[in-house]
Write a protein that binds this ligand. Structure first.
Ligand SMILES: [Zn+2]
Length: 412
């Protein structure tokens, strides 16, 4: 029997959380460790207590609630996401995954369902990475990808220190920020933040993995000269070479994978003056794809293009790799559990890659991990106009609830 979550209560809970840090235009401004973050955490703690969960807060502010299983040897299934938001972000990003996890617990309580495995729900600290960097910080420390002391020392643009802010809002907990036992699985529901489900007329996304990426920067060195007297054939224009390569960063993806994307998000041209030929230009590349080979191919191609452009314009040049993350492929057990749940509930679904990183990226390194996507209207997110219909939210929440119960093994 599928687990039925109560739709009205679920929608009402989503609306309640959306009031904490609400913006005038229907969005959410709930930055990590702000007063609004404290308020939503206080609210979430109350909801967990009311649902009979045993709460713990770790030293990095990650909040967990645990519902025991019947088998003392069974490993917990963890379900959750994040309650912090982007500046003037949407009301679904992150929060939908936490509210769905809470509703899963409430539904199990409603219907007196026992599971062999414990089920834990989680609100990760600072997924967004907008006030303090990096993104996915709480889950990153928890799995050991980041060092606690280093992340405590992170500062925001006003110089506020992460650890001080965590103490100020009262969420520096007493439990170490690390798993104290092995986990059976981690599941996360999130809005898609892309257009694929809507384009394909599907209600639920069965996420099979997360794209990897390569980030780097290229600098061209030319010769600054007066833009009037210098004839064209004398010029060593660093910006012209950069323009050539940036155009290729836009074109390379369509020659590679179906999901390959390429972006130049940053450029610095010197001296950046209307009457001078630019002599030093730095710009970035970013490529993402579900295949590490494709990512590497894109990186190789952009460096070849840079070399050719430097030769044409007679420039010196250099490059710097800034960051890379391999693509993540989720565990079959989790993908199958999500797919089966969507099928049993008769939702139109499709298997899909995530184009953005999530806390699931880190969790993948310590246990079987899977995700469910809800439809994002027009693919929009990190924006007040982010929208998912309540029907689509409910479909995705029902899917993750049933997948979690499958993995946690319902007891008759
Ligand atoms: Zn998010």
């Amino acid at each position: 029997m599928p687990v039925r979550i109560a739709k009205d209560r679920f929608v009402e809970t989503m609306q309640t959380q959306a009031e904490i840090g609400a913006t005038d235009d229907g969005g959410l401004h709930r930055l990590t460790l702000s007063d609004e973050d404290k308020a939503v955490r206080d609210w979430f703690a109350e909801q967990m207590a009311a649902a009979g969960l045993e709460m713990r807060v770790d030293e990095f502010g990650n909040m967990f609630g645990r519902r025991e299983g019947t088998d003392p040897d069974a490993k917990p299934v963890l379900v959750g996401s994040h309650l912090d938001s982007q500046p003037y972000g949407g009301i679904y990003d992150g929060a939908l995954g936490v509210v769905a996890a809470l509703e899963l617990i409430r539904a199990l309580n409603d219907h007196d369902v026992d599971t062999a495995h414990p089920i834990e729900i989680v609100n990760w600290t600072n997924e967004e990475g907008s006030r303090f960097q990096p993104a996915m910080q709480g889950s990153g420390v928890w799995v050991g990808a980041h060092d606690l002391a280093t992340e405590y020392a992170a500062t925001d643009v006003d110089g506020a220190v992460f650890e001080d802010e965590l103490e100020r809002i009262g969420y520096k907990g007493d439990v170490p920020c690390e798993p104290s036992e092995e986990y059976e699985a981690y599941l996360e529901l999130h809005v898609e933040q892309g257009p694929y489900l809507e384009e394909n007329d599907k209600q639920v996304g069965v996420v099979t993995g997360i794209v990897g990426f390569t980030w780097g920067a290229i600098t061209f060195y030319g010769e600054a000269d007066h833009s009037g007297p210098t004839p064209m054939h004398y010029r060593q224009d660093a910006l012209v070479a950069a323009a050539d390569v940036i155009t290729q960063i836009r074109r390379i993806p369509s020659t590679l994978g179906e999901r390959t994307v390429g972006t130049t998000g940053y450029i610095d041209a010197k001296p950046n003056s209307i009457n001078i030929i630019p002599d030093e230009v730095t710009f970035t590349w970013g490529f993402r794809d579900p295949s590490d080979d494709v990512i590497e191919e894109a990186r190789t191609r952009v460096l070849e293009e840079a070399s050719a452009a430097a030769e044409r314009e007679d420039l010196e040049w250099e490059y710097e790799d800034r960051m890379q993350a391999p693509a993540v492929t989720f565990a079959d057990t989790c993908v199958d559990a999500v797919q089966t749940a969507a099928d049993d509930l008769e939702y139109d679904s499709m298997q899909i890659f995530s184009g953005a990183g999530h806390d699931a990226t880190h969790m993948h390194s310590i246990c079987d991990t899977g995700m469910v996507f809800a439809v994002s209207e027009n693919g929009k997110s990190h924006n007040e106009s982010e929208y998912t219909s309540w029907d689509d939210c409910y479909a995705a929440a029902s899917t993750i609830a049933n997948a979690a119960v499958t993995l946690a093994e319902e007891v008759d």
